[in-house]
Design a protein around this ligand. Structure first.
Ligand code: NAD
Length: 482
């Protein structure tokens, strides 16, 4: 068990853990055992006001620091993050449920932002010039911002918000998911050694807290990651104060299997892409389109992988896939399985929920359900995936793009020209070829087409989304003829 659990958890406001013994609390449960890990206070409107005031006061000076000064603090805090990772990994397994290897992957990926984000500095540039005028484009900090984070990758998705926000000169208040606030509290607590009070804060709470942040007139930007349904509420709420917002929402990513793949090599990688983090990944392979020439062999390989992989408690060394994170998600997956069964679909693996302690679900593969079925059209966000068959490339592309979502996609094949040609026609924000690792880097923009989001995180576009663009036209000489 992580030693980080031994101290109380609370909000971090104005540089310190906020002591509020009278607050109502939420119990945080280990999804593998259903045992209580800790409790965290529920923020009130008054708590939100305290955090916003501290963030606004901090902004007045933090926004004046130079890029190099801010970047140096980010890099130093990355050394402390590196030291904390072994303990954080255990805490992440305990509160999220993921396998220990997946927890290390999440933390190691987050480390890249601490180590390399500073290299992306958006420099002032001359965008227009003639004999008399020079126009300079630059980005200014926006002000107080807020990060709203889901429970599937609670650390990585939080770091994607905190570091770009603050390196651009903003201050930020983090709202973790009520299911996974523990690592967030400990990381923000650690960051206080490196940043002035109020620059980075965290508030824990229930479902009221998100709307209080999105509607708050003192907050200038919301960076939201979560479901499309909640994203709509965030957009509506932000409209009242015309806040900036970035929405990273749901997905229904296609994985396309070409006829020329090497089945024994590719199937295990597509299997990982579908089931990594027990399918609770926004850009997991959620619809797998397999060419008819290899369908039977590929389906058989996937089914045997699903039957062999160990689903268990995240901290056990042979566990590959942990439980679902919470009961609500567990019930949702049970409902998808029941509906598929009711509609007469064939299961190549799984398909039966067992009565267990912990929110475990079997790795489930559905064999060629109709394209219009719910399991193909919606995002289950768990360890259940349909295999679909294709023959004609045009028809394939039509089916893949016929979705309200457009987050990511992957194309697998050995004819790289064909792989690229198909990949370029997919309506998705990130298209991978022949790789399941879903590589994310600070330099690579991540955002969805259609109802998978608005704006993006990461890359230069994501970073400048944390700034207000300003163009300043400078006359080269004083002039009298105005
Ligand atoms: P969710 O939308 O239920 O919750 C996300 C966050 O929003 C939580 O912190 C929640 O407390 C908060 N929230 C709830 N109601 C709110 C409101 N009215 N106003 C403001 N905030 C509110 O999502 P979830 O179940 O935690 O996460 C799963 C979803 O997130 C999936 O759809 C998944 O695809 C998506 N996701 C997207 C990405 C991406 O980068 N595109 C990454 C991870 C997860």
């Amino acid at each position: 068990m992580s030693s980080l659990l031994q101290r109380p958890f609370s909000h971090v406001i104005d540089g310190k853990l906020f002591d509020d013994e009278s607050a109502k609390t939420i119990l945080i449960v280990n999804p593998a055992t259903e045992e209580t890990l800790a409790n965290v206070p529920i923020a009130t409107r008054d708590t939100v006001e305290k955090a916003v005031q501290s963030a606004a006061a901090a902004f007045a000076t933090w926004s004046k620091w130079s890029w190099d000064e801010r970047a140096s603090r980010v890099r130093k805090s990355g050394e402390a993050f590196r030291d904390l990772k072994p303990q954080l990994a255990m805490l992440l397994v305990a509160e999220q449920g993921k396998a220990l290897g997946a927890a290390h992957y999440e933390l190691d990926t987050a480390q890249e932002w601490f180590d390399r984000l500073h290299q992306l500095q958006p420099k002032e540039k001359v965008v227009y010039e003639n004999d008399s005028t020079r126009v300079i484009e630059r980005y200014l900090p926006l002000g107080v911002s807020a990060a709203i984070v889901p429970w599937n990758f609670p650390v990585l998705l939080m770091i994607w918000k905190i570091l770009p926000a603050i390196i651009m000169g903003n201050t930020i208040i983090v709202k973790p998911s009520p299911f996974t606030p523990l690592c967030s509290v400990r990381i923000v607590e650690m960051l206080q050694q490196f940043f002035p009070p109020g620059v980075v804060q965290v508030l824990t709470g229930d479902d009221s807290l998100g709307p209080w942040l999105t509607e708050h007139p003192g907050i200038r930007k919301i960076s939201f990651t979560g479901s499309t349904a909640t994203g709509r509420l965030v957009a509506r709420s932000c409209a009242a104060t015309l806040k900036r917002f970035t929405l990273e929402l749901g997905g229904n990513d296609a994985s396309i299997i070409m006829p020329d793949i090497d089945v024994p090599k590719v199937a295990p990688r597509v299997f990982q892409a579908a089931f990594f983090n027990s399918g609770q990944t926004c850009h997991a392979a959620k619809r797998i389109y397999v060419h008819e020439d290899v369908y039977d062999r590929f389906a058989q390989a996937m089914a045997s992988l699903a039957k062999q992989a160990k689903v268990g408690r995240g901290e056990e060394s042979d566990t590959v896939f942990g439980p679902l994170n919470n009961k609500m998600q567990h019930d949702k997956i049970a409902e998808f399985i029941d509906q598929s069964r009711g509609e007469g679909h064939t299961f190549l693996a799984g398909g039966k929920m067992e009565q267990t302690t912990g929110y475990f679900a079997p790795l489930t593969i559905v064999d060629r359900p109709p394209e219009a079925s719910r399991i193909v059209q919606e995002e289950p966000f768990g360890p259940i995936v349909p295999l679909l068959q294709w023959t004609d490339e045009e028809d394939l592309i039509r089916r893949v793009n016929d979705s309200p979502y457009g987050l990511g996609a992957t194309v697998w094949g050995t004819d790289l020209d064909r792989v690229e040609r198909v990949g370029r026609r997919i309506e998705a924000g990130l298209v991978w070829t022949n790789q399941e690792r879903m590589d994310q880097h600070p330099e690579v923009a991540f955002g969805g087409f259609k109802q998978s989001g608005i704006g993006c995180e990461n890359g230069m576009a994501g970073l400048t989304g944390w700034g207000q663009i300003q163009c300043i036209a400078l006359l080269k000489a004083p002039t009298n003829d105005l």
